[in-house]
Design a protein around this ligand. Structure first.
Ligand SMILES: NC(=O)c1ccc[n+]([C@@H]2O[C@H](COP(=O)([O-])OP(=O)(O)OC[C@H]3O[C@@H](n4cnc5c(N)ncnc54)[C@H](O)[C@@H]3O)[C@@H](O)[C@H]2O)c1
Length: 445
């Protein structure tokens, strides 16, 4: 049986693992396999990423360049743009992007492109796993028919599974090896072999009965976050209207040892997961005549947060008898979350765009993001990228309003609060101690 053949290769670590897409998910994964003694090959369409890996240079914050260098030198890790090398791989894991179309419908074209490359080279004895987040049914309704067009048969010739990725970029406590992995195969043999593969690199594997369950579990996790963040954001707006300190309310509620889990408000949601993934679920639900109302409501509340932040800036300036037009606004942080350099879907872009449309002069400082580019959705600023400014005393003093959008650890908030006139804090970066004795006026979300 094909299962036993692949089993033997995995147990002896003589299997070659191919990872398609070397981004935030794929690079740490390929590195983990290489570090555990497998030969790992990364397949990338971006030539510059391939060149950087092969010279031992990392471009992902959570992966050290020294580790990449060591694995490349030991001939355990390499990257390529040549998909013919897929033939030599025993396990192939797809980690390509799954964005949304402008219509907010799933865009699985990257998965299809990767699957097409596999299909051209599929051979007997291969295990194919999809990790990209997607709607329930993608693995067995889309990938399986494509792979079977080769004439090869599932279970007899190859195996196919889905295993969602849960990596949390910038989280020093939880990384690939200590985040439990959910695995669901299209067949039992596929589940068993995929579970064995992952058990070589993670402490805990949770096998489920099908690829659909694994696909849906991932969407539940991220929808859970989107909905609860939506609830926290609504509470923040409600508390602002009632003049109550939201953060103190959440801190108090979180002392309950059961039945409550704290979620925090913010300037809006960002990144490649929380703003997108729930749409994959609601789209699939709609195909079956089901309207997922929590998802729609959370999206509505979360997407209005940048507008609310701009309102706080306007309220603050108004109290100083200043208008938005011509006001100097300095944003601190443009990454979508603390201590990472990723600006995908970041609410900061929408905030900058809205402030500019009101006539504000906007600058930003982000120690991890040297410049941002605005796409069509965020209004091209004369096609020019906006560059991070240095956080000098003069820059802080000259700002009519400083807006903390991302609470990076490297920023000295004491200095900000000592020099600024007005601060809008969307992340509770200025905790009670910091606020004591501050000359700046502070408006918190
Ligand atoms: N970033 C996260 O925190 C995170 C967490 C969990 C799950 N995910 C999911 O994992 C998947 C990948 O996300 P990511 O953040 O790593 O994306 P990414 O954009 O950082 O990386 C994807 C990589 O795939 C490459 N690529 C695109 N098409 C390709 C092709 N046909 N062949 C080879 N390479 C190709 C891109 O050049 C890029 O380097 C998505 O489905 C995402 O939803 C992401």
């Amino acid at each position: 049986m094909i299962k036993n053949e692949i089993f033997r290769l995995l147990e002896s670590k003589s299997a070659r693992v191919g990872v398609i897409g070397l981004g935030y998910v794929g690079l740490p994964l390929a590195t983990e396999f290489a570090g555990k003694g497998f030969k790992a090959t990364g397949f990338e369409v971006d030539e510059s990423k391939v060149a950087r890996i092969n010279t031992g240079e990392s471009y992902i914050g959570d992966v050290e360049s020294s580790l990449i260098k060591e694995l490349v030198e030991k001939d355990r890790l390499r990257a390529t743009t040549d998909f013919d090398d897929l033939k030599a791989c025993d396990a192939i894991i797809i980690c390509v992007p799954t964005p949304l179309r402008k219509t907010k419908e799933p865009d699985v074209s990257y998965i299809l492109a990767a699957a097409e490359e596999i299909k051209k080279r599929l051979r007997r004895g291969q295990l194919v796993i999809l990790e990209s987040t997607t709607y329930p049914g993608t693995t067995d309704e889309v990938l399986l028919p494509m792979l079977e067009e080769t004439g090869l048969r599932l279970d007899e010739d190859f195996l196919l599974a889905f295993s969602p990725e849960r990596v949390d970029p910038g989280n020093p406590q939880f990384q690939t090896h200590n985040i439990p992995k959910v695995v669901g195969g299209v067949t039992d043999d596929s589940t068993e072999v995929a579970a064995l593969l992952y058990s070589q690199i993670v402490n805990e594997v949770h096998a489920v009965s099908s690829a659909r369950v694994a696909e849906t579990a991932k969407l539940l996790e991220n929808t859970f976050r989107a909905v609860n963040i939506g609830m926290a954001n609504e509470m923040a707006r409600l508390c602002y209207a009632l003049n109550i300190d939201t953060w103190e309310v959440i801190r108090a509620a979180a002392t309950k040892p059961f039945g409550f889990m704290p979620f925090y408000p913010g300037p809006g949601i960002g990144g490649h997961c929380i703003p997108l993934d729930p749409h994959y679920l609601s789209w699939k639900a709609r195909q079956h005549g089901f309207d997922s109302r929590f998802i729609g409501l959370a999206e509505e509340v979360n997407s209005r947060m940048p507008e609310h932040v701009v309102q706080l800036v306007s309220d603050g300036l108004n109290d100083d008898r200043k208008s938005m037009k011509g006001a100097r606004v300095l944003l601190l942080g443009v990454a979508y979350k603390k201590d990472i350099d990723d600006v995908r879907e970041s609410p900061a872009l929408s905030i900058i765009d809205r402030l500019r449309s009101k006539g504000c002069e906007v600058q930003y400082h982000d120690p991890l993001v040297s410049e941002v580019r605005f796409d069509d959705a965020h209004g091209a600023v004369n096609g020019e990228p906006l560059a991070s400014v240095e956080l000098t005393d003069e820059e802080i003093k000259a700002a009519d309003c400083v807006v903390i959008v991302t609470d990076h650890s490297q920023v000295d908030y004491r200095r900000v609060i000592d020099l600024a006139q007005l601060v809008v804090d969307t992340r509770n970066a200025l905790n009670g101690e910091l606020r004591k004795g501050s000359a700046a006026r502070i408006i918190r979300l």
